[in-house]
Design a protein around this ligand. Structure first.
Ligand code: PEP
Ligand code: MN
Length: 339
């Protein structure tokens, strides 16, 4: 059930609807928009009787939701969500660039990359402290020490920190040091983890699962939002296919497909999406051209010595060039994506 309030509904009338939803034992999700507020309802098992709401003052419509989505959908919020991270944003007019190494390996490495990321004008720095590696014998990240280095980088450069949490204990730690919690592809359907970040005050960057359909990915976002955290950014990072020339197949058609359904910002990861250094810049260009709100890109000061994902890491010079190219593309297509 979705309650659409009239354009001139008062705060008091909205609160009254929220109270009725709570009294029925359900959870209200009020989404103020440019022209009207809509209130989503979750927590109901069967269908909700619209007659509870239809006669309440300020209510324009009580609509039965037939789609699997209640909160990510444009029906609830026709305008794009802008995820605000302090004085930076994802989903606004500006192209968001999140860059940094796959993993934080040392203070020197982190700072060498961060300096270049800062110089490029990007507002977000990425770097894993907890790494979901295929092999248990591969470098697993520096853990809390990595988070401390990330926090130092934030203090030194004013960059917002994006880093992955692998489990619920990891979320407690990441919340102490970072600005955005990344949920990795391998965790996209870890439902208790999704619920946990849904109760976080930090925005969540939700990567698409290794072989997730659009529905599965959007329903994962729905898990987070159903707990009350509406600050979710979707990230297309490629899916497993039969293709062997790339690490993953970057599904750029997912960007316009998401746009048609959801108000959430969506960004592209051309690094994991290709796995190969020489493909990252071309696919980054394409990601921006297809209308993504931003990019998340892996950069290393010494890719040949990287402890994880070196083959897809851009050098500092390549990264600088990428930024200037994608900014130019964004300038050209921005008016089209805004309309
Ligand atoms: C990463 O960002 O380094 C990462 C592990 O990404 P993904 O979850 O998309 O594989
Ligand atoms: Mn990586």
């Amino acid at each position: 059930m979705l309650i659409v309030m009239k354009a001139d509904a008062t705060e008091h009338q909205i609160k009254a609807v929220v109270r009725v939803i709570e009294d029925l034992g359900y959870k209200p999700h009020a989404m103020p928009g440019a022209t009207r507020t809509a209130i989503g309802i979750t927590g109901n098992q069967g269908s909700v009787d619209p007659s509870h709401f239809e006669t309440l003052p300020g209510v324009a419509e009580a609509i039965r939701v037939s789609k699997p989505y209640k909160l990510i959908t444009l029906d609830l919020r026709p305008e794009k969500t802008i995820v605000r991270v302090g004085d930076a944003a994802i989903g606004g007019d500006e192209l968001t660039i999140i860059a940094g190494p796959c993993a934080i390996e040392s203070r020197n490495q982190g700072f060498a990359v961060a300096e270049a990321v800062h110089r490029s004008g990007a507002r977000f720095f990425r770097g894993g402290a907890f790494k979901p590696r295929t092999s248990p014998y591969a470098f697993q990240g520096l853990g809390e020490e990595g988070l401390r280095i990330l926090a130092e980088i934030r203090d030194a450069y004013g960059l917002k920190i994006v880093t992955e949490a692998l489990d619920e204990a990891g979320v407690d730690l990441v919340e102490r040091y970072a600005d955005v919690i990344q949920i990795g592809a391998r965790s996209m359907q870890n439902f208790s983890l999704l619920r946990r970040v849904g109760r976080s005050a930090l925005p969540v960057l939700l990567k698409r699962g290794l072989s997730a359909t659009l529905d599965e990915w959007l329903l994962a976002a729905e898990y987070i939002m159903a707990e009350g955290n509406y600050q979710v950014v979707l990230c297309e990072r490629g899916i497993r296919t039969f293709a062997q020339h790339t690490r993953n197949t970057l599904d750029l058609a997912a960007i316009p497909a998401v746009r048609r359904i959801s108000h959430l910002p969506v960004i592209v990861d051309p690094s994991h999406g290709t796995g190969k250094n020489f493909m990252v810049t071309p696919l980054a260009r394409a990601g921006v051209a297809v209308g993504a709100d931003g990019l998340i890109v892996e950069v290393h000061d010494q890719p040949d010595h990287a402890l994880s994902d070196g083959a897809q890491a851009l050098t500092l010079e390549q990264y600088e060039q990428l930024v200037s190219e994608v900014r130019a593309i964004h300038e050209v297509i921005a008016p089209a994506t805004v309309s």
